[in-house]
Design a protein around this ligand. Structure first.
Ligand code: ZN
Length: 329
């Protein structure tokens, strides 16, 4: 073959006789594709960040049923000008470094990917009004550890209550934390968010939207601009929205997420987030969940021999049990 594929050729090519031949061999090479990041997904339409420009795109046929989610790094061809009415095509999705999942609820084992390639999960929790709900924090932490993401507690409304009693619950797990209040200084939080991709979760009333707007002053304008194209509101169908921080890095707001189903989380995977504890379970009986009711768990032996911090083990087991709690976030 002496010439490159043109756009028309690709369109023609991508209309395959679906079940009669493997497609991977003859796929066009997309030499002209550019890199993009998926910032939000709405009814099969994807908003991408391509070189600082917001570009609308759809999946190309060769991707088939492969899911494309917020945070995905993609290759894209076609019109990437971002001009009104333009539509580019996603032709490749890169392997994901991390995957934050949730099950719709604990009785429904269908996994949904919330965000790909994020490295930090920020659990936003008010210290008062509404009262903190540690079990919900626990569930978000389980999701973070399961995803291989670093957790961060962001405790808001510190002008209303002291953080100490809540923090004591998480100290033995080594969860880092920052404290904020309305109108307060966000420098410490900004530093923790800088140059990484952080997903913010929190139930209503904790001040998450206030934080997002303070961190990304352009947030409302950007969401409005994209919605002008898709004709959707921010709180309707999207469950995640990626926003660029002025100082470098990204945050992912999750306005559509009201629950964190954990049915997909495997205990043997959860303990891998705690290598020191994981090491102590090497001689556990086959199938041991490392929970408090396990008769011969290595964690109990380690406590008895003074090798494990009982509080840390207890906190880990609390997380393990949180998988079975009510799902509301
Ligand atoms: Zn065990």
């Amino acid at each position: 073959m002496t010439r490159r594929y043109t756009e028309e050729d690709q369109e023609h090519y991508e209309r395959p006789r679906r079940h009669t031949r493997p497609r991977t061999k003859d796929r066009p090479s997309y030499d002209d594709a550019v890199d993009g990041t998926v910032v939000t997904v709405d009814r099969g339409r994807f908003t991408l960040a391509v070189d600082g420009v917001r570009v609308m795109a759809m999946k190309s046929r060769p991707l088939g049923r492969k899911g494309v989610v917020v945070g995905d790094r993609v290759r894209v061809v076609g019109d990437v000008s971002g001009a009104e009415g333009s539509l580019a095509r996603i032709v490749e999705v890169a392997d994901r470094a991390t995957v934050l999942r949730r099950t719709a609820d604990d009785d429904d084992p269908v996994e949904r990917i919330v965000v790909a390639n994020a490295d930090q999960l920020v659990v936003v929790c008010a210290l008062a009004d509404p009262e903190p709900r540690p079990r919900l924090i626990d569930r978000a932490l389980v999701a973070a550890y399961d995803a291989g993401m670093a957790p961060l507690l962001c405790l808001t409304k510190s002008d209303l209550a002291d953080p100490e009693s809540l923090l004591s619950t998480y100290r033995s797990l080594g969860v880092p934390w920052v404290v904020t209040h309305k109108g307060g200084n966000l420098d410490e939080l900004r530093e923790r968010l800088s140059d990484r991709t952080s997903v913010l979760v929190g139930h209503s009333g904790v001040g998450k939207s206030t934080l997002v707007n303070a961190l990304v002053p352009e947030a409302n304008r950007e969401v409005g601009r994209v919605n002008a194209v898709t004709g959707r509101g921010r709180h309707t169908s999207t469950s995640a929205w990626m926003l660029e921080l002025p100082g470098g890095g990204w945050i992912v707001d999750t306005p559509g997420i009201r629950s964190f189903g954990l049915a997909h989380v495997q205990p043997e995977h959860l303990i891998e987030a705690f290598p020191d504890l994981d090491e102590m379970t090497e001689d556990c009986p086959r199938g041991c969940t490392h929970g408090a009711d396990e008769p011969e768990c290595g964690l109990d032996e380690a406590i008895a021999e003074g090798q494990a911090d009982p509080e840390r083990v207890e906190s880990f087991r609390r997380l393990l049990a949180a998988r079975y709690d009510a799902t509301a976030l």
